[in-house]
Design a binder for this molecule. Structure first.
Ligand code: ADP
Ligand code: MG
Ligand code: MG
Length: 475
């Protein structure tokens, strides 16, 4: 089958294939906003890998099989309020955003507990567990687990289709095309949303999608809206936190209305980063949503459970085992945990030893703050420098073993321009979960995503401009 190197070696064929890809992407809504004017009318094809990346089948299936075990483990973690508060306390002392989220969590406890007591807590989870293959041990290790604003479910569905089309154009046989795993994250996510809205049960109930003003990744979001309407007849209102603060009305019965419409589900594609809360109004909106009786994706508890600090704590002996649904689940999940260390007690001998090792070997580690959205981590010399500075501020970070994926040749296409490079790929597996009280309505694996970045780039992140959307070709 056509390899990236072979395609890149023939400039005429390459140009044709790039044009095919760009046209297909435009024809099928595989788009991102240009970031100028109104993104709804100024779009460009999403950053793409021209061909799917070879990926070991067994590893891919391992990641998919873990989806339900992660669903139940995270649900158990999010339900343990004392655990969340205890583990996040030191980080919150040094990180205002984490402190504020915890404050919202505490301030809404009475409402939450009252609702839990009558079995009416409503939550939808759209998780994305991200992995990279660690070449030295040939094992798949988790980069992070996203519990809020897990993005690209729709565009990843489209990229897989585009790759099938392009390989077909290159003459791939049906047997070769069978190596492209089928998935439909778009419909899977939308069906979970539809199930939540249906269970809420109020005629005319809408989904509110909480968005950032000027979002460039709007098409990935708009696809959810369109499909939610087509498959489930549910309307979506796109609102910023500031707009929710201005328009939201919380009734004494816990019902939230926006512009007079009953809200059945609040789905956050914003609210995960401090800049989403420029004033008290945005925090007030977050509290309003947390206190209403609609389905939330996610609750504040889920957002906290997705903190890097929690992932690091789960990696400690016995902790995954405590929250996994069964010993078999624990065993399944345990193998994905990379080495991770907390930095709240720098005087501790084990911590001091790993910090010294990281300062001497910074390329074997990543230093991560309690942030989401890409572009926040420290690598290499900057990592060593930050560790050398020391100080209590480090409690807001975790130190993580650097995962070393095998480099692969790929052609990345941005704004119609192709560039061949050595690249590294990150696999994401979506899962959905709908629960009311103790009733789990849905727990499902929900498709996948591959993002590929230049091997010379430390960070990934398509939206952040480092990576391209890709899909796996199972080998
Ligand atoms: P965010 O929530 O901001 O996406 P991540 O933990 O996913 O945070 O880190 C961002 C990117 O940094 C990842 O997509 C990956 O490319 C890189 N990265 C994070 N952790 C590691 C690690 N342990 N080893 C190698 N690269 C990592
Ligand atoms: Mg993240
Ligand atoms: Mg990430």
């Amino acid at each position: 089958m056509a390899s990236a190197a072979a395609v890149a070696a023939d400039p005429v064929a390459l140009q044709e294939l790039v044009e095919d890809a760009v046209v297909w992407a435009s024809q099928h809504g595989l788009l991102v906003g240009l970031g100028i004017d109104d993104p709804a009318c100024a779009a460009v094809h999403a950053p793409l890998a021209l061909l799917p990346v070879p990926y070991p089948r067994e590893t891919f299936e391992q990641a998919k099989q873990a989806a339900l075990a992660f669903n139940s483990m995270i649900d158990a973690v999010a339900a343990d309020e004392a655990y969340l508060q205890e583990v996040l306390a030191a980080a919150a002392q040094e990180d205002e955003f984490m402190a504020r989220l915890l404050r919202v969590f505490r301030e809404t406890a009475d409402v939450r507990h009252a609702r839990q007591a009558v079995g009416q807590e409503r939550l939808l989870a759209v998780l994305r567990s991200d992995y990279m293959l660690h070449a030295p041990t040939n094992s798949l290790l988790q980069v992070e687990l996203n519990t809020i604003a897990s993005s690209f479910g729709c565009l990843s569905t489209l990229v897989a289709r585009m790759h099938r089309y392009l390989l077909g154009r290159l003459g791939a046989s049906p047997a070769e095309l069978a190596a492209l795993p089928e998935h439909n994250a778009m419909n899977a996510i939308v069906d979970a949303m539809g199930a939540a809205v249906a269970d809420y049960g109020t005629p005319g109930g809408v989904m509110v999608m909480v968005v950032q003003p000027g979002e460039r990744n709007a098409y990935d979001q708009q696809w959810l809206q369109t499909r939610l309407w087509e498959r489930h007849g549910v309307r979506t209102l796109r609102r910023t936190l500031a707009q929710i603060a201005a328009e939201g009305q919380l009734g004494a019965d816990g019902r939230l209305t926006i512009g007079g419409r009953p809200v059945a589900l609040v789905y956050f594609r914003a609210g995960y980063t401090p800049t989403d809360y420029p004033s008290e109004a945005e925090w007030a909106a977050r509290v309003l949503v947390e206190c209403c009786d609609a389905y939330k994706c996610p609750t504040v508890a889920y957002q906290l459970a997705g903190a890097k600090k929690i992932q690091q704590d789960l990696a400690r002996p016995g902790v995954v085992e405590r929250y996994a649904a069964s010993p078999a689940d624990a065993q399944l999940l345990r193998r994905f945990f990379a080495g991770q260390w907390g930095l709240e007690d720098l005087a501790d001998a084990d911590t001091a030893a790993v910090v010294a090792h990281a300062i001497a070997n910074p390329d074997q580690y990543v230093l991560k703050p309690q942030r989401e959205g890409g572009g926040n981590n420290f690598y290499g010399a900057a990592l060593a420098e930050r560790l050398r500075q020391g100080g209590p501020g480090l409690a807001a970070y975790i130190l993580m073993q650097r995962i070393q994926p095998p480099p692969q040749r790929a052609i990345m296409v941005r704004r119609g321009q192709a560039a061949e490079a050595d690249t590294l790929s990150e696999l994401g597996v979506y899962s959905t979960y709908v629960r009311r009280g103790s009733q789990v309505m849905l727990s499902a694996e929900a498709g996948h995503l591959v993002r590929t970045k230049a091997a010379t780039s430390d960070e990934g992140g398509v939206a952040a401009g480092f990576a391209v959307l890709d899909s796996p070709l199972l080998v």
